[in-house]
Design a protein around this ligand. Sequence first.
Ligand code: NAI
Length: 644
Amino acid sequence: MTNAVHDNPARKRFELEVDGETAYTMYRRSPGIVTFVHTVVPAALEGRGVGSTLARGALEQVRAHGDKVVAECRFIAAYMAKHPEVQDLLVDAPAPPRAKPGLPRGVALLLDPLLNKGTAFTLAERAALGLRGLLPPHVFTLEGQVARALENFVSKASDLERYIYLTGLQDRNETLFYRVLVDDLERMMPIVYTPTVGKACELYSHLFRRTRGLYVSYEDRGDVAEILRNWPQPDARVIVMTDGERILGLGDQGTGGMGIPIGKLSLYTACAGIHPVRCLPVMLDVGTDNEERLADPLYMGLRHHRVRGQDYDDFVGEFLTAARAVWPKVLVQFEDFANTTAFRLLEHWRDQTCIFNDDIQGTAAVALAGLYSALRITKRPLALQKVLFLGAGEAGTGIADLIVTAMVDDGASVEEARRRCWFVDSKGLVVKGRPGLAEHKLRYAHDFHPIADFVGAVAALEPTTIVGVSTVPKSFDRRVIELMAEKNQRPIIFALSNPTSKSECSAEEAYTWSKGRAIFASGSPFPPFSYEGKTFVSGQGNNSYIFPGVGLGVVASEARRVTDRMFARAARALAEQTSEADLAMGRIYPSLTAIREVSAHIAAAVAEIAFDDGLAGVPRPADVLALCRSAMWAPHYESYLASS
Ligand code: NAI
């Protein structure tokens, strides 16, 4: 009989071969510890002391490695009890890993997208949380999971398929979803938000897989607070709410408009780190006037025409009151309401509760930020600008109102500031005395003679800046741009109408007709353009620069109201984040890759106003930027194990 006990790590056992038979003792290793689990001595070798030889040899090797022993195997335990010289090797079995309290276990944990880590649960977490056997054995890092997600993402045949894939990922594992977004926001934003989300809203009732957010329907009136209490998260802090009537440029999508609050809240988290647990998408379903949807047997919303008038306003009021009662610190963002509804609700509620309208105020702040950046190039003060708008709708009047707020902030009177904003709408220049002017245009109806067309207004008023928010493509034609370039060394030209097909002019047209002197920004992106050897990268006035940071500032300071002064400061903060290098290539907004840093600064600017104006719900800290940064969540996995 040979006596050589040897370690066979591949089979996790110490082995002893005798007369062609193998006796072995199996083990598990953890750092510094060998746990013996089971010993086998073949029948042919019994009664010959083989077991003792095996135990002695195995324990000698353990000692030689400086390890200790846990004896789960009864044979090894008995051997060690009988042999005092090996008892110093014995240690108690280490306590099994324990999970942090309050976590679900097993399948329930895997089905909770806010907590699920999928294949990234460590072996210890799997043991502690009842997950052993429920996952494939290899443990992945978050980076490894991102690689798999991206492989799936690129393999899809269309952007809509990519949207569906990402939605599924969000429903399975939010940390991984946000990591994928944050790592490549420029690539992911057009999928989770406009333009792809528009298609998803149109097809919502057909693509629907799993519910997300709250659907508050008109049939629930009277019970809205009770419905809100069904939401499982006790500390909702940002609600994005739509009634689905004006979804992007696609009109009334009824309940399908829910895609927009979901997408927009993804951007709150990705761009400004608002924790997903604090975000709540809401669809206020009051019916739809979209006949195609009403006739669709799969349509999931209320199947009647829109409730309007006082009944509608009362329902919105019930929702806002209930939301504030259930979540006293919540911010409600109105999203994609129809033009007149949007203005009315904003005016009615802005001084009563914590709300804002991104289409009006967020757009305005992005445009004002663009103007501030442009003025860093022209080196002219805001007070001396004359801005002529083409289009007097939500976007146009919202921008003008904020420019006025900013000028007043700088010391101008409201009247002086308004005289610097002019409008041309479908009926020509908006002037005092023009019959039938809508309420929101009256404050910009100045004493001037009527002018029928835009180019005539440019010639007569000699603006420093023109802003296109008309949805009329090509309305900034060659004559308009050449005239602007004739009157201004650096004409500021913003063609903000979306999508690209509606843009008032292209980047190429603005740069070519102004002989490379235009400072240009657009609503939809244009590719870089080279003119006489210089490459221009035009800015995209994307609302995502502003609203996430504003939301973060409100959340961090627990502000009770959202004011125009906050948006004006947010615009200034965004402009300050635009680097000299950006400006040198004509870009008046920072790169989206810097968005989380930009959002932190915008949040700080907003929070400062909340503190200055007595609107904050927490005491002012010494470092407001640090307060905002500390409220930002980043998509990393946290350990679920209790720290022993
Ligand atoms: P809206 O429907 O409220 O206003 C459009 C305005 O254009 C109306 O006053 C209308 O009378 C005017 N208009 C229509 N035809 C005209 C013509 N031939 N000449 C002069 N004016 C004319 O729409 P809203 O919400 O103001 O949006 C306007 C455009 O701005 C849209 O294309 C929208 O996509 C874009 N927009 C861009 C944003 C961005 O870049 N960040 C954000 C919000 C809107």
